[in-house]
Design a protein around this ligand. Structure first.
Ligand code: AMP
Ligand code: MG
Length: 331
């Protein structure tokens, strides 16, 4: 192996990786990110090219300090301060008016930038040693499952292109919550649900602020605000059906009706633990031989705010849902 090609070398000297024209796959608490410094347009181009990511999909800027975050934005409202104090480092991304340090390529032409401070010792150590923020979208191919282990990344990208730092399995397991803040009308737009839930943000809203849902296009599709909500999202390579059940007896009936062509996925009943294993379980199911994946969930989770992130990912991934009491149509 060439010097500097191993993950351990990359962790020690991330700059050497970038000088070689390679990207860094970085463990964070949410998912693994494919990272490049914000002042390296050539490497930022490589991110889009390697991922097959459409150019209109902006990147999240990762920082190690509050000072760095503030250098990326023109406005830092009291609410941003409160949220950062409470939830950074952590799985919460704040979208604010961008500063001159942030290029059009990073924001896909928007006047706003998405910023977060990841809660992972390796990500923070790398950021500190570079002293420049990193853009880091998930280290997967566009529309494929996000990676939650170093092996997931290695399975997709070549070492010549990407140096992978192994930081173990991701603790959160799904992408960050994304909020856009607008001081002029004191609104928070909920762009992507994640582990940080609405009640947690509501509790910190200064007087006069309110949370609103994302703007949608006339066709009912997602608006330009939130490209992460586009329909071209993760879809397993075979149909995923989500079967909801009202109680244990319905769960048993559904289990009995599960055909041999299906592989069953069940999640822990705790939302935090469910998020942690969601992508790993879907990945395993996807690699098996079954014709379809059936994920069973108690219907009660639908009304719980802490499940919003997991349910959002399932809505994008699933081909069909079976409500409680509903029978599967003949296939
Ligand atoms: P990921 O690919 O998981 O890193 O997610 C990046 C997502 O962050 C994008 O797909 C957008 O949904 C969101 N995002 C990044 N920058 C902005 C921005 N300026 N305005 C709105 N959403 C943004
Ligand atoms: Mg992604």
């Amino acid at each position: 192996m060439k010097p500097g090609l191993t993950g351990a070398d990359a962790a020690r000297d991330p700059n050497a990786v970038f000088e070689q024209g390679r990207l860094l796959a970085l463990p964070t608490e949410t998912v693994y990110g494919l990272a490049a410094p914000i002042d390296r347009p050539d490497l930022i181009e490589r991110i889009f090219a390697l991922k097959g990511r459409p150019p209109d999909n902006p990147l999240i800027v990762h920082v190690a300090t509050l000072a760095q975050a503030r250098q990326c934005v023109r406005d830092w409202p009291e609410l941003a301060h409160r949220l950062a104090q409470r939830y950074w480092p952590g799985p919460l991304t704040l979208v604010l008016p961008r500063s001159a340090r942030i290029s059009d390529r990073i924001t896909a032409g928007r006047d706003t930038v998405a910023v977060r401070m990841p809660d992972h010792p390796v990500a923070l150590a790398v950021l500190r040693s570079l002293d420049v923020p990193l853009v880091a979208p998930s280290a997967n191919l566009f529309t494929r499952l996000s990676p939650t282990t170093a092996d997931d990344v290695r399975a997709v990208f070549r070492p010549e292109d990407v140096a992978v730092i192994d930081g173990g399995p991701c603790r959160v397991g799904i992408e960050s919550t994304i909020l856009q803040m607008d001081s002029s009308d004191r609104t928070v737009t909920w762009l992507r649900p994640g582990l940080i839930s609405r009640p947690q943000v509501e509790a910190l809203l200064p007087p006069g602020w309110r949370i609103r849902a994302p703007v949608t296009t006339p066709s009912g599709g997602p608006g330009r605000l939130a490209p992460g909500q586009m329909k071209e999202h993760y879809r397993p390579n075979r149909p995923l059906a989500v079967w909801l059940y009202a109680d244990e007896s319905e769960r048993d009936r559904r289990l009995a009706g599960l055909g041999e062509d299906s592989v069953l996925v069940e999640l822990p009943m705790d939302a935090v633990r469910a998020a942690r294993v969601l992508y790993r379980k879907l990945r395993t199911a996807e690699q098996g031989r079954a014709e379809r994946i059936v994920l069973m969930l108690p219907a009660a989770v639908l009304t719980r705010s802490e499940w919003e992130g997991v349910l959002n990912r399932l809505r994008k991934a699933a081909a069909g849902w079976l409500a409680p009491g509903e029978q599967e149509p003949p296939r």
